[in-house]
Design a protein around this ligand. Structure first.
Ligand SMILES: NC(=O)c1ccc[n+]([C@@H]2O[C@H](COP(=O)([O-])OP(=O)(O)OC[C@H]3O[C@@H](n4cnc5c(N)ncnc54)[C@H](O)[C@@H]3O)[C@@H](O)[C@H]2O)c1
Length: 265
């Protein structure tokens, strides 16, 4: 898929990666870019900066009615959705003892929102015999996020659901990709690094911290190739291979890194 003349929706469109995707899609010649975010004002500001092709709206991705309404309104206004990017996501920074409310929010935003997206967007895509779902998951969904159990569990679920959709609908014209970056310089990681959180430090020690624009570049390349796993950090493919071939060895390596960072204080 290339973005020329495409109609794209991006949730979490006011955030670091979402707004970079919006800018890049517009630069690639998209017909329309709908930026949807819990923070409606910020989504509108991002859209204004992008230009008339972009449109900012308020959306809570955990609310199925709102997701369906967004899809209906976009299809009514532009005739179709070529690419739906379910990009909104939340980290918790908690372990097994994270409050139930944090587990629930991670489940709602990182997984169930993708189910709402699929239910809302698939009918039109299947009718037209084409469409593309891009889920922003995370390297945590193919590896692990040290220090964040709800994030790890839900991002694994998100990759699993994306894979299920890809296998089920590809032959009917609907393509699916899971975007799985490692460290990206957005508030989600920057806040953790500023607070000295171990998980954020592990991410920073495991590879380059990319800019959202670099993630957008990798996304454009991945969409062009219609690759299922889009890995802006190539080292994640190496780690994932190691994890698959030797789970115990991979875990031992990660534990060693964690011990080293803990000792460094
Ligand atoms: N930053 C990283 O290091 C990193 C790495 C891998 C994956 N990711 C993933 O990338 C995606 C984008 O994150 P980001 O780094 O740009 O973070 P960000 O915090 O800058 O952006 C997230 C956006 O999602 C929005 N959002 C949160 N809950 C929402 C809801 N219920 N409904 C609608 N919008 C909601 C927020 O308002 C925010 O604008 C997330 O899915 C995240 O898990 C981030």
């Amino acid at each position: 898929m290339n973005l020329t003349d495409r109609v794209a929706v991006i949730t979490g469109g006011a955030g670091g990666i979402g707004s970079a995707l919006g800018r890049r899609f517009a630069a690639e010649g998209a017909a329309a870019v709908v930026l949807a975010d819990l923070d409606a004002d910020a989504a509108r500001m991002v859209a204004e900066r992008i230009g008339p092709v972009a449109h900012g709206v308020g959306l809570d991705v955990t609310n199925a009615t709102q997701v369906h309404a967004l899809v209906d309104e976009t299809e009514r206004r532009y005739g179709r959705i070529d690419l739906f990017c379910a990009n909104a996501g939340v980290a918790t920074g908690g372990g097994v003892d994270a409050p139930d409310a944090d587990w629930e929010r991670a489940w709602q935003v990182n997984v169930l929102a993708h189910v709402h997206t699929a239910r809302a967007a698939l009918p039109g895509m299947l009718r037209r015999g084409q469409g593309y779902l891009l889920f922003t998951c995370s390297a945590a969904g193919v590896l692990t996020a040290v220090g964040d159990a709800p994030y790890t569990a839900t991002k694994h679920a998100a990759v699993g659901f994306a894979e299920w959709l890809a296998i089920t609908y590809r032959d009917q014209g609907v393509r699916v990709s899971a975007l799985c970056p490692q460290g990206v310089d957005t508030p989600m990681l920057a806040d953790g690094l500023a607070a000295g959180h171990l998980g954020a430090r592990v991410i920073a020690a495991s590879g380059a911290v990319l800019t959202p624009d670099q993630v957008a570049d990798a996304t454009i390349a991945g969409l062009a190739e219609e690759r299922f796993l889009i890995l802006p950090h190539p080292e994640v493919a190496t780690y994932a291979r190691r994890r698959a071939e030797d789970p115990d060895g991979w875990q031992a390596g990660l534990r060693k890194l964690v011990r080293k960072l803990r000792a460094a204080g």
